[in-house]
Design a protein around this ligand. Structure first.
Ligand SMILES: Cc1cc2nc3c(=O)[nH]c(=O)nc-3n(C[C@H](O)[C@H](O)[C@H](O)COP(=O)(O)O)c2cc1C
Length: 408
């Protein structure tokens, strides 16, 4: 179950790919020097409606911008003469070893970006030695990911109004050896994602003249869809007959969830799931303390990549009060806007065990599937190592608040 993927580097994947188009795409990501380059390649390959679904956020996208701005505001006071020839990036996340202070967060519907993108991202994570989270809304099933990727697997649950559907998924994750359950709590209803509305992606998916024109500009993407078929939400097939197409779900985020889910419901899930439990989507210190008190093992400080409440505080800005409130009783992870290796240093210095990635590996996967996700992780690892050397820290344990420049 927990075998490690033998995916190798992005360069190895270029050499071993049997499909010329995939080989060309993979070769292209080797010329990507940062996550922004991967985003650019993804944008060139995807129809606008699909790219915007991944890239976009709620309303004025203020929180989306705030996530990035928060990382950019934090400054490091680097230490010199620290003897940094040898660097160890490994650390403990949620009580297990991770080769980087990074884990992959859940992203639904990503098979629209590349055939079986979920498998590609999961295999890239396993090869990099970091945890991977499979979304309820993934385009690969719980079973497929366990079989085809391995590594440290977490399952992210949304709470369906029909609670049994959620519990059936949780049971499947348990049966297939998933190490942890992540409950996302910031989607009582879907956020107002206006790019999707404009692109006809926010309503029940249908082919409109706008979409057909949009798709016509991206023949390679269309060819992939013809070759591999429309992506399927493999976890919910048969569970929610009215919600089985990916596009339908993508366009109706939140429609199936239980907006009445509350602390009692969460406590009941905590009591039923014997493994580790993370709660994703809180931004408040008082809630984090309460989560620790009911036996939740980790909190992911997150605003869902700006896709839910526009105006919500940036994850990184919300992190320090959460860290103070939980007083070491639980693991704290943070996400939102992680695009550089140095971001992980900043988050760890502010008290997180590590960061979670959303769009960073997703852009890579949209650019070239597994090779692209692998490339994204290679970029972030290289940046992290170099930034640790330039900051004068040899291990993750050496990163603390004293590494940060005091404002002013
Ligand atoms: C396309 C897309 C789909 C997502 N799907 C989910 C999901 O199914 N469950 C969830 O908890 N979060 C989901 N998220 C939120 C991410 O897990 C994460 O919180 C966010 O992307 C972090 O911000 P970043 O993309 O700027 O790194 C999704 C994000 C994106 C971009």
């Amino acid at each position: 179950m927990n075998a490690v993927s033998d995916g190798g580097s992005a360069a190895t994947q270029v050499a071993s790919s049997s499909c010329p188009a995939s080989r060309r795409a993979a070769a292209r990501v080797l010329r990507a020097w940062n996550i922004a380059d991967l985003r650019r390649i993804a944008k060139q390959r995807l129809p606008r409606a699909v790219f915007d679904f991944f890239d976009g956020a709620a309303e004025d996208e203020i929180t989306l911008g705030a996530n990035r701005a928060a990382f950019e505001r934090v400054r490091i006071a680097p230490k010199m003469l620290a003897g940094v020839a040898s660097i160890d990036t490994s650390t403990a996340i949620l009580g297990g070893t991770s080769k980087l202070p990074i884990a992959i967060g859940p992203t639904g519907g990503i098979g629209f970006g590349w055939p079986l993108a979920d498998v590609g991202v999961a295999r890239a994570a396993a090869a990099a030695g970091i945890p991977y989270t499979l979304s309820t809304m993934a385009t690969a099933s719980i079973e497929r990911i366990a079989r085809e990727a391995g590594g440290r697997l977490w399952f992210q649950a949304y709470i369906f109004r029909e609670r049994k559907m959620t519990m059936d998924l949780v049971e499947r994750a348990r049966a297939f050896g998933y190490e942890a359950l992540m409950v996302t709590v910031d989607v009582p209803v879907g956020g107002k994602r206006e790019r999707d509305f404009r692109n006809d992606f926010a309503i029940r998916f249908r082919f409109t003249p706008r979409n057909v024109l949009d798709f016509a500009t991206r023949p390679l993407w269309v060819l992939d869809i013809f070759r591999h078929g429309m992506p399927v939400l493999e976890n919910v097939v048969g569970l929610a007959p009215e919600a089985k197409s990916t596009a339908e779900i993508a366009s109706s985020v939140g429609q199936f969830w239980d907006a009445d889910f509350d602390w009692d419901g969460l406590k009941a899930m905590r009591d039923r799931w014997a493994g580790k439990m993370l709660v994703k989507g809180t931004l408040r210190a008082d809630e984090a303390a309460r989560l620790a008190a009911i036996g939740v093992d980790a909190v992911v400080v997150s605003n869902h990549g700006g896709r839910q409440l526009d105006g919500a505080v940036a994850g990184l800005d919300a992190l320090p009060p959460v860290v103070r409130a939980v007083k070491g009783k639980m693991s704290v992870l943070v996400d939102g806007g992680v695009r550089r290796g140095v971001d992980a240093i900043k988050a760890v210095a502010l008290g997180a065990e590590g960061v979670m990635l959303g769009r960073a590996t997703l852009y890579g996967a949209c650019a070239a599937g597994e090779a692209g996700a692998t490339r994204a992780l290679e970029i972030l690892r290289d940046e992290l190592v170099r930034s640790m050397q330039l900051s004068g820290v040899r291990s993750i344990a050496e990163i603390g608040p004293d590494l940060l420049a005091q404002p002013g």
